[in-house]
Design a protein around this ligand. Structure first.
Ligand code: SAM
Length: 262
């Protein structure tokens, strides 16, 4: 069995199409995990994945790469707070925001805390999704280690978390403001009319073809003038090609044909 056949079987088992992910990088990750589990061929590793939920879980965790942080790349969150959100909310009663690869919740909870600090949380609808069911379960629980909350400003930590033993638990007010869902970006329908979409640190794993499709889907999912916020290594080359204009580094605005944006 070669990598292609292994990928086809994985698609059948867990509906993840590995061909949308950069092959060299993905293959290297899978090969190293396969070896770590004592297999020198795809066939026997696949058998183990089929028969052991635990190993399948490990495999999915490993390939989806759940690493996240609160306020990841703080300078960009500063732009979001000081410029993007105030502009988006002006003239609107509510904001619809989608954190589209939210992992274990750090990103949507950062949004909710920031909006609460700005007195805007009651005017926001926050949807947060990921392909990874277990990451979403963890996100819903909202329990974080001291290392995970290292980026959270002290005042926010005191206001929005309760200390339980060694861990920090996100308070209900923030937790309840986020609607968590499972969405596979590559297969599933997207929410519509979003004023702000975050898709950060996941596109880097996708092939160019998959990225192109996704930029179009994200464009369609945005409201007029909506903003698309990407990760710090994921700038869009030629945003105009997909109907976006660059507002600030890592922030793209949807352009409506025939309408000028100043
Ligand atoms: C590195 S984390 C990024 C988390 C967060 N956005 C951030 O920047 O800190 C990448 C996330 O993308 C998710 N992911 C990978 N493939 C996906 C797909 N096809 N659809 C939705 N989420 C996906 C993974 O499960 C993982 O939680």
């Amino acid at each position: 069995m070669d990598y292609e056949e292994f990928s086809a079987q994985i698609k059948k088992i867990c509906n993840i199409d590995l061909s949308n992910y950069k092959e060299k990088q993905m293959k290297r990750r899978i090969d190293s995990l396969k070896k770590r589990n004592g297999h020198d061929n795809y066939e026997s590793y696949l058998k183990q994945l089929i028969h052991s939920k635990e190993h399948l879980r490990e495999f999915l965790n490993y390939i989806t790469i759940n690493v996240s942080e609160f306020f990841r790349n703080p300078a960009q969150w500063e732009v979001l707070e000081k410029e993007i959100i105030p502009e988006l909310i002006s003239g609107k009663s509510t904001l619809k925001i989608w954190s589209s690869a939210c992992s274990t919740g750090e990103e949507p909870y950062s949004l909710a805390m920031m909006l609460d600090k700005m007195n805007l949380l009651n005017r926001a609808v926050i949807i947060a999704s990921d392909i990874d069911k277990e990451a979403i379960e963890d996100a819903k629980e909202g329990i974080y280690t001291p290392k995970q909350v290292a980026n959270v400003p002290k005042q926010m930590l005191d206001t929005y978390f309760t200390k339980e033993g060694n861990n920090y638990v996100i308070k209900d007010k923030i937790k309840k403001s986020v609607d968590f869902k499972i969405i596979n970006l590559l297969n599933d329908p997207f929410p519509s009319k979003c004023d702000l979409i975050l898709c950060r640190n996941v596109m880097i794993y996708f092939t160019e073809e998959a990225k192109e499709k996704l930029y179009k889907k994200f464009y369609d999912a945005l409201s007029d003038d909506g903003i698309f916020f990407v990760g710090s290594t994921e700038q869009i080359i030629m945003p105009q090609k997909y109907g976006f204009t660059s507002r600030r580094h890592f922030f793209y605005q949807k352009i409506i044909a025939g309408k000028t944006n100043n």
